[in-house]
Design a protein around this ligand. Structure first.
Ligand code: CA
Length: 229
């Protein structure tokens, strides 16, 4: 199950802050991976792609900014959301961070509540399927905190793959996705499955949605979309 968990990479060398951040994010429903310098962060990124990075500015081996530049110049990561954690509150430093491709920054000291809210807002903007917010479309409600789907307030039985597919489509309503995009976004790029597997899961998803099955539209020769229209 770990591969489909939303993971946030924390790059922070101060153990007390790293622990506080991990604790806060885990309590909000995400999983975390903490490293203490840019070399470990880069090594981690060669194996896994997190959904967001919280990056400290002052790190023992290199500055967080250097790592940020490296991340942004790699086409695998150029859309990866990065929030800088910084003790620097100088205006020019904030601008430098944003110039290097940071999506947001949080100035230390910060409250855990503010941190969680900023992370949630960022994920909602960049990848809503990871924001852990309740999703509602028509009479279908999906609750990530409990991994449940309800239709007209009635909980339904849904397989894991169908749940992930539904979550992704509900997070991006009215948008068409090709089979390849769905494989990539829902199953991740480390998984090798054929495109027609997507059709099988869509078929199963429609079946469990019963009267709400019409929400999942086939867009001929393109792919699928979730639409109320
Ligand atoms: Ca530091």
């Amino acid at each position: 199950m770990s591969s489909d968990q939303t993971t946030i990479l924390i790059v922070e060398d101060e153990p007390a802050i790293s622990e506080l951040v991990s604790f806060t994010l885990r309590a909000a429903g995400w999983s975390t991976q903490a490293v203490g310098d840019t070399a470990q962060a880069w090594a981690y990124l060669q194996k896994r792609t997190p959904q967001l990075i919280l990056l400290d500015w002052m790190l023992p081996d290199q500055s967080g900014l250097r790592l940020l530049s490296k991340i942004r110049s790699d086409r695998n990561f150029n859309e990866l959301p990065v929030i800088m954690l910084t003790a620097k509150s100088m205006e020019e430093d904030k601008i430098a961070g944003l110039d290097h491709g940071a999506d947001d920054y949080i100035t230390k000291p910060f409250s855990p509540r503010e941190l969680a809210a900023r992370v949630k807002a960022m994920l909602r903007r960049k990848s809503p399927e990871h924001a852990q917010s309740t999703l509602t479309v028509a009479n279908v409600r999906l609750e990530p905190s409990s991994c449940t789907v309800k239709i007209d307030e009635q909980k339904i039985d849904i397989g894991h793959a169908e749940y992930k597919l539904l979550k992704f489509l509900m997070a991006h309503p009215e948008r068409v996705f090709s089979r390849g995009q769905l494989l990539d976004k829902v199953w991740g790029d480390h998984v090798v499955i054929e495109e027609r597997t997507v059709d099988v899961h869509v078929l199963r998803l429609r079946k469990v949605l019963k009267q709400a099955e019409g929400l999942i539209k086939t867009v001929r020769s393109v792919g699928y979309m979730l639409s109320e229209k």
